[in-house]
Design a protein. Structure first.
Length: 165
C-alpha cells in the first residue's frame, strides 16, 4: 500500500487470510476502508489461528504436518482437491500469535461472510455468533462450502460489490 500510495483499500481474506488482512489493516491505520473476512479467522490481539480454531482443525494441522514437521499439506476436499495451485502452509504461521494495536478495530466497514454449507463442521460457527452480536460488523451467510469462490463465484462477487447475491 505504501508503494502505490493506496489510501482507500478493501482487503479480502479467505480462511487463514483473515489473519493477514487483520495485521495489514492494523499496520496501516486510516488506509483501509473495508475488510472482508470470507469464511476467515478474525483474530483479536494475542490470538493465533491455532487458538482460534477447533480441536478437530488443530488435529488436522498436526496430521497435515506429519510428512515434514514444518509444513501442513493442503486439505483435500472434493471436487477441487486436486487444484494444482494448492501449496503446503507453514505450521509456524498457524501457531504464531498476532499483535494488534487496535487500529484494525477502527476500519470503517468490516464484513464477515460465513459459509454455512460445509460437509464437515466449520470452525467459524462461534465466530459467526460473536460477530453477529457486534454492531460494528456486517455478517452475511452463504450456503456454500469453504471454497465459496469456486462454488458460488457470482454470490461472492455480489457480496464484494455489495449487491444482493
Amino acid at each position: 500500500m505504501d508503494a502505490f500510495e493506496i489510501t482507500d483499500a478493501t482487503l479480502v481474506g479467505h480462511s487463514y487470510g483473515g489473519m493477514v488482512i487483520s495485521a495489514a489493516a492494523d499496520r496501516t491505520p486510516g488506509r483501509v476502508s473495508r475488510l472482508v473476512h470470507l469464511d476467515a479467522y478474525v483474530p483479536r490481539d494475542g490470538e493465533s489461528c491455532w487458538s482460534s480454531t477447533t480441536d478437530a482443525y488443530r488435529q488436522a494441522f498436526v496430521d497435515g504436518a506429519a510428512d515434514t514437521g514444518y509444513a501442513v499439506r493442503p486439505p483435500f476436499r472434493a471436487p477441487h482437491g486436486g487444484e494444482p495451485r494448492r501449496r503446503p502452509h507453514p505450521l509456524a504461521s498457524l501457531v504464531q500469535r498476532i499483535r494488534l494495536t487496535g487500529a484494525v478495530d477502527r476500519v470503517p466497514r468490516r464484513d464477515f461472510i460465513h459459509c454455512s454449507g460445509w460437509e464437515d463442521a466449520t470452525p467459524f460457527t462461534r465466530l459467526r455468533a460473536r460477530l453477529g452480536a457486534d454492531p460494528a460488523w456486517r455478517v452475511h451467510d452463504l450456503p456454500t462450502g469453504h471454497n465459496a469462490m469456486r462454488e458460488a463465484p457470482d454470490a461472492v462477487a455480489g457480496l464484494l460489490d455489495d449487491q444482493p447475491a
